[in-house]
Design a protein around this ligand. Structure first.
Ligand SMILES: C[S@@+](CC[C@H](N)C(=O)[O-])C[C@H]1O[C@@H](n2cnc3c(N)ncnc32)[C@H](O)[C@@H]1O
Length: 278
């Protein structure tokens, strides 16, 4: 595997994915019942923004300077998490999804973070050493969905965020995995991130999930380039089965704010798509 998330950390796609994750976790923690949080492709948890080159400049650095955090509590919370990791000083470090998830955990919550690359998993383990609520597993994240779901807690969230090194195969695998996970865990919030390089590929992912019979399916997309431009990564997508209450409305406020700050004038698009109802 060549993929290193450090080369992408804090880019516009991370911003979109993590702001949405914060919005979902904020909704889920409105009730005090215990949660189980599963991150199937967790990464190392903490990144140096300098390693991502200019991508972070066009992502989290731009968002931190945009003055949009007062416009939605989830944006304020997301930026507070990023700033806390930097001790309130200039942004040098960036939190991955496990650090973001852990920042929401209460004493009765539990998490499993899976990462296949041993050095990444070792770094992640160091982040949570001594925290008995959190298990770091060096294991295949897709396999973990079958092994760890449904959890005893009943409520919670699973994030599926693979590297898409083999894009077509990963799209098929993600569709199959999220639908199977929803069948195992009827009350769980199941989220999968996907890259938008060609709009048609994303539409095919949506069709696969809906055709498999999934209900309550929401997709959120933020593009900073036209869907089919040759820029490489044109947009960031997140499909959610069983979204938390008010999550769609949160995204409808958050995405235009992110889009306004991240895309050039007249560039790209954002949308919240309700793909399947009850
Ligand atoms: C996109 S990154 C994850 C980023 C992280 N979720 C975040 O938002 O901060 C994908 C990660 O999945 C890991 N990985 C790749 N294949 C895997 C597999 N089958 N099971 C678990 N982890 C895997 C990679 O090593 C990489 O660290």
């Amino acid at each position: 595997m060549k993929y290193r998330h450090a080369f992408h950390a804090g880019n516009f796609a991370d911003v979109m994915k993590h702001a949405a994750l914060v919005a979902a976790l904020a909704r889920l923690t409105e009730k005090d019942r215990p949660l189980f949080l599963l991150d199937t492709h967790a990464g190392r948890g903490r990144y140096e923004l300098a390693d991502a080159g200019g991508k972070a400049e066009r992502g989290i650095v731009r968002i931190a300077a945009a003055g949009i955090e007062a416009a939605h509590p989830a944006l304020a919370r997301y930026l507070a998490i990023v700033r806390a990791l930097n001790g309130g000083g200039p942004l040098r470090a960036y939190p991955g999804s496990p650090l973001i998830a852990a920042s929401f955990m209460r004493p009765g919550d539990r998490a499993a973070f899976c990462e296949l690359q041993a050095p990444e998993a070792e770094a992640l383990r160091r982040e949570f050493r001594g925290d008995e609520r959190i298990g770091v597993h060096v294991r295949d994240g897709y396999e973990a969905l079958g092994a760890l779901l449904p959890p005893a807690e009943k409520r919670g969230l699973a994030l599926i965020d693979p590297p898409y090194e083999d894009t077509e195969a990963d799209f098929a695998r993600v569709a199959e995995a999220i639908v199977a996970a929803a069948a195992r865990w009827a009350q769980g919030v199941l989220m999968a991130w996907y890259p938008i390089k060609l709009g048609a590929t994303a539409a095919r992912l949506h069709r696969r999930i809906v055709a498999a019979g999934a209900k309550r399916v929401l997709a959120a997309e933020l593009c900073v380039h036209p869907d089919d431009s040759r820029a490489g990564l044109n947009g960031s997508g997140l499909v959610t089965i069983n979204p938390p209450w008010k999550f769609a409305e949160d995204l409808e406020k958050i995405l235009p704010l992110l889009h306004g700050a991240l895309a050039g004038p007249g560039q790209g698009r954002c949308a919240v798509l309700r793909l399947a109802a009850e």
